[in-house]
Design a protein around this ligand. Structure first.
Ligand code: 13P
Length: 301
């Protein structure tokens, strides 16, 4: 069954001139058939320059919207339209605008995990990979950082700027089980614990490094350590095992994103067959959001 789905996806993909992009949190079978697996920043950059006419985005909605903002001339398909992001849903335009009225001198740096219309009201977007660099490059000493309070706190501790941090959180990372991380560290005393900055500060205190998913991949590549406990969404454990078969990885914190698991091989196949669901935005919002998203892709991490 799976082999048949995979070969049908491959031939339809060629027929449609499509590229499949998958976030590292996607299930193993989706990572295996993707043309590119990466973090939010890498996938946005690929979406911006791909020559394929169709992008099948295997991730969550804000990621597919970001691809559409950067590549409006392409058809962007999100095989499961209900793959949302509760963190993105923590913020809306009127609420951001009232914060901006409170701090009129501040520039808004918005985590890309956010709705497109809120991006349109922001100075720049960022991902966890380049959040500090984007903040430092913004021409103001005062920053509104939204919507993830943990990433905002993490960046604010490394910057001299004044921060006003939105009180939102990733539902999966914010409730990371620190006891589980500690148990894993007792089981593997020689291992390093890597955690995502969306986890709470108490997790950073016990971790060897706090990194986005792309940063974790680079960190492991440069390290001589053999075993790692991965404090982010569990799809990342499969990604790291694939890239570094000579190392050992296990999940820490029981971090699981149900939305990232909504895309299946059958849904990709149906999406390529029917050329839907297409991600589209109001062109005025898309154009306005493009300035903030383009700044994000330009700032190196
Ligand atoms: P990355 O920026 O590391 O890809 O993380 C994306 C994300 O959504 C974390 O929950």
């Amino acid at each position: 069954m799976r082999n048949k789905q995979v070969s049908e996806i491959k031939s339809l993909k060629d027929e449609r001139d499509a590229v499949i992009l998958a976030h590292s949190y996607q299930p193993p079978e989706i990572q295996d058939i993707a043309d590119h697996v990466g973090d939010s920043l890498e996938l946005s950059r690929i979406a911006a320059i791909t020559e394929s006419s169709v992008i099948v985005f295997c991730g969550v909605k804000f990621m597919a919207e970001t691809a559409h903002i950067l590549s409006p001339q392409k058809t962007v398909l999100l095989p499961e339209p209900e793959a949302g992001c509760p963190l993105a849903d923590c913020i809306c335009v009127p609420a951001l605008k009232s914060m901006q009225e409170l701090y009129p001198d501040a520039l808004t740096v918005l985590y890309v995990n956010s709705p497109a219309d809120v991006k349109a009201e922001s100075y720049a977007c960022c991902t966890s990979a380049n959040a500090l660099a984007v903040v430092e490059s913004a021409p103001s000493d005062e920053i509104i950082f939204a919507p993830d309070r943990n990433l905002g706190t993490f960046v604010s501790r490394r910057s001299d700027k004044t921060f006003h941090i939105w009180n939102g959180a990733c539902r999966s990372h914010a409730i990371a089980d620190l006891q589980h991380m500690q148990t894993r560290m007792e089981e593997w005393p020689d291992a390093e614990l890597l955690v995502h900055p969306e986890t709470p500060p108490a997790a950073w205190d016990i971790a060897h490094a706090v990194l986005g998913t792309g940063g974790m991949i680079r960190y492991v590549g440069e390290s001589s350590t053999k075993r790692f406990i991965i404090g982010t969404e569990e799809g990342m454990v499969y990604r790291l095992r694939t890239l570094y078969p000579d190392r050992e990885f296990t999940g820490g914190g029981n971090i699981y994103c149900i939305n990232m698991k909504k895309i299946t091989l059958q849904k990709i196949l149906d999406s390529l067959r029917n050329m839907e669901p297409i991600i589209e935005l109001d062109p005025r919002i898309r154009k306005k959001a493009n300035a903030a998203v383009a700044r994000m892709t330009e700032v190196t991490e």
